[in-house]
Write a protein that binds this ligand. Structure first.
Ligand SMILES: O=C(O)CCC(=O)C(=O)O
Ligand SMILES: [Fe+2]
Length: 199
């Protein structure tokens, strides 16, 4: 594992390479593929244009609030939750796991994860494919390579001031490195701090 500090480009952004091994990557993806995916017309969150799974709690994209507590994370993920705490990637035990699947040609629009609902650190594990995450802040746009099996750690400005997005492009270049997008599965761990935003 090696952590790259991108703070000079995007304050509060870190990327830890090889956060999981190849066999752990297989284990996590195999687990996800034995479970039911939602999105693309399937509830909950049928309106999403990509397939997702949620553990710990159920967040509704439509209503912008947490709807239900599911209980502990699946057994297959506990090794990684332990690693999160051992490395202090997050201070508190995550209570929400969002699995996103992006097939080639799928991305995610620029957004900031709801500041009122999710805690100060958002971490996202990239599996199966490299991708570029773009951080935008007013007129700045910074492309960051998230290699397969790396963990992106968003804190401070990277978490609260920059929007993050993933393009739909099948081929992209960052810092002279060209990547080819394939199916990507990400595991995003967050801490839910409130079920809905104060009115
Ligand atoms: O796929 C990722 O790494 C990021 C997902 C994300 O930004 C989100 O679901 O809020
Ligand atoms: Fe996000």
């Amino acid at each position: 594992m090696e952590t790259i500090d991108y703070s000079e480009k995007v304050p509060g952004l870190f990327v830890t390479h090889e956060a999981v091994s190849k066999s752990e990557e297989d284990e996590l993806v195999d687990f996800a593929d034995t479970q039911t995916w939602s999105g693309l017309g399937t509830s909950p969150n049928p309106e999403l244009k990509r397939r997702t799974q949620q553990y710990g709690h159920l967040f509704s994209y439509r209503y912008r609030k947490v709807l239900q507590e599911y209980g502990p994370f699946p057994e297959s993920c506990t090794f990684f939750v332990n690693r999160i705490l051992e490395n202090q990637w997050m201070q508190n035990t995550p209570n929400h796991l969002l699995i996103n699947e992006y097939n080639a040609g799928q991305g995610i629009m620029p957004h900031i994860d709801a500041p009122a609902l999710f805690g100060p650190v958002i971490i996202s594990l990239s599996l199966l494919s490299d991708c570029i995450m773009t951080f935008t802040n007013q007129d700045q746009s910074i492309d960051i390579l998230l290699p397969r099996r790396s963990l992106a750690i968003l804190t401070l400005d990277a978490r609260y001031k920059y929007k993050h997005s993933i393009s739909k492009d099948l081929e992209e270049t960052v810092d002279g490195v060209t990547i080819h997008r394939d199916r990507r599965v990400s595991f995003t761990f967050r801490e839910i701090i409130a079920w809905e935003a104060p009115k």
